[in-house]
Design a binder for this molecule. Structure first.
Ligand code: ABU
Length: 504
């Protein structure tokens, strides 16, 4: 009862001797809060967010105080805090949330997260995560097969996000060529360089910085007008680096770039990597899910020739954050590269086959269970269910593109049909239409998307991202990855941009 919650503290819950009923009551109340949140999330009439500035949250809002005290607060207060935490957050599962590549609220995935939290275990050893360890193996195998590695002895691990997965790709690439790095460090190496397209994810540079390779040694390869790496430019850059006495060791291709959703030509890149004996990593964090679609998987053709692949099920597949895998087409490399033989965890004389202890393959020690929610969703949907969901996203993006194409006051960044669910565009308020194309118009246009977004955020009606890119001033990036989104929601977004932008 409310009174009980008002009087009771967390200490009264299990494992307290008489805490069984109160625990049940408390958790049912939490579930009720979550059910109300889920219902509002899917209600298009609800606001996506109730925006407040950081200083307002820090100062406290209507009884929602983030400060921590020395004394325990009542269970009643905790329930209020749970409600308020969701109230002032962003409903990323809302049908009009288009802000990120990861979005949606999958109910089965959510159940998977709850179960994972209840199990509260660590992936580093089989002995404390037997079921999750084997589940991870099953899923990794499924992903190798889908990539097209067939019977190859591959390896992999779930990692905390695409950036860390890409870091693994570069780390293992370097170790493969220079195993002495592990003991001797960078002193053992010549000046090594790697290549990524100018549209590739910034995490590749970050990996180079972390690994002591240096961002100057990441060579950005020019892209074509659609944002795809130009193979001839890659070849040219490799030859130039060699002429300077630098040693190329790795190329990171991208399958689904963050902004434009471009797919690099993987076969051409694989040919170049083979000719120059370079490791080929494919960052398919965003585009990997497209492998599940028989209609669209051809866009990643050549990925089977990669040495390593990043694939984030928490993006296109709609798995709750976080769920990212690094997949390596050579068994044993991850372990050889990262193994430290901590005897307090990885005793060789355990009762089971210690090959199932995955902790010495990773750069972490403790590792969260990211696999269960994906496994449960796969059970719930089947591969065909994911395929239908992803095909639906692609159809909706195409619809959005077609509607925009017909509108006078919108201009697509690329005229051609989108290859992925990214649709990039500008909105032109009527007053800008009379300014001739050029610097002066760009100066004005640059301010439009941030103003519209700010207003949209304050009103909480929709969320979409924008960015400048190269010589292109701020433009909107629409992405579809939320199964709750319908045609009416993308129509709404267009109307909303017009409503907020027409007088700017
Ligand atoms: N590459 C991380 C995700 C970026 C985005 O959601 O826009």
């Amino acid at each position: 009862t409310d009174l009980a919650f008002y009087l009771c503290l967390a200490l009264d819950l299990l494992p307290s001797k008489d805490g069984k009923d109160l625990t049940k009551c408390f958790l049912l109340q939490v579930v009720n809060i979550l059910l109300r949140y889920i219902k509002t999330t899917f209600d298009v009439k609800s606001k996506i967010l109730d925006f407040h500035h950081p200083h307002q949250l820090l100062e406290g809002l209507d009884g929602f105080n983030l400060e921590l005290s020395d004394h325990p607060e009542s269970l009643e207060q905790l329930l209020v805090d749970c409600t308020d935490t969701l109230k002032y957050g962003v409903k990323t599962g809302h049908p009009r949330f288009f802000n990120q590549l990861s979005s949606g609220l999958d109910v089965v995935g959510l159940a998977g997260e709850w179960l994972t939290a209840a199990a509260n275990t660590n992936m580093f050893t089989y002995e404390i995560a037997p079921v999750f360890t084997v589940m991870e193996m099953v899923l990794l195998k499924k992903m190798y097969e889908i990539i097209g590695w067939g019977e190859t002895e591959a390896d992999g691990i779930f990692a905390p996000g695409g950036s860390i997965s890409n870091l693994y790709g570069v780390l293992v690439a370097r170790y493969k060529q220079y195993p002495a790095i592990k003991r001797q460090g960078m002193m053992a190496l010549p000046c090594i360089v790697l290549f990524v397209s100018e549209q590739g994810h910034y995490s590749v540079k970050k990996a180079a910085a972390i690994l002591g390779i240096g961002t100057d040694n990441v060579i950005e390869v020019k892209c074509d007008e659609r944002g795809k790496m130009i193979p001839a430019e890659l070849e040219k850059n490799i030859l130039q680096a060699k002429r300077k006495g630098h040693i190329p060791f790795c190329v990171t291709a991208t399958a689904g770039t963050t902004v434009f959703g471009a797919f690099d030509p993987l076969h051409d890149i694989a040919d170049i990597c083979e000719a120059h004996r370079l490791w080929m990593h494919v960052d398919a964090a965003w585009g990997g899910g497209l492998l599940l679609s028989r209609n669209h998987s051809h866009k990643l053709s050549g990925i089977e020739r990669a040495n390593s692949v990043t694939w984030n099920p928490h993006k296109l597949m709609g798995v709750p954050l976080q769920c990212s895998a690094i997949l390596i087409r050579e068994k044993g490399l991850l372990e050889a590269c990262n193994q430290m033989h901590a005897t307090y965890l990885f005793q060789p004389d355990k009762l089971y086959n210690v090959d199932f202890d995955t902790g010495d393959r990773t750069i972490q020690c403790g590792r969260h269970v990211d696999v269960f929610k994906l496994w449960l969703m796969w059970k719930a949907k089947g591969t065909c269910g994911f395929e239908a969901q992803i095909n639906g996203h692609m159809e909706l993006a195409k619809y959005f593109y077609k509607v925009l194409k017909k509108k006078d006051n919108f201009k697509l960044v690329f005229d051609a049909e989108p290859e992925f669910t990214n649709v990039c565009f500008w909105y032109f308020p009527p007053r800008l239409k009379h300014i001739p194309e050029g610097f002066e118009r760009d100066q004005e246009l640059q301010k439009i998307a941030p103003k519209i977004k700010a207003q949209m955020t304050e009103e909480g009606t929709a969320m979409i991202s924008y960015q400048p890119c190269g010589d292109k001033v701020n433009f909107f990036r629409m992405v579809v990855s939320n199964p709750a989104t319908r045609q009416a929601d993308v129509d709404y977004l267009i109307d909303e941009i017009e409503r907020l932008g027409k007088d700017l």
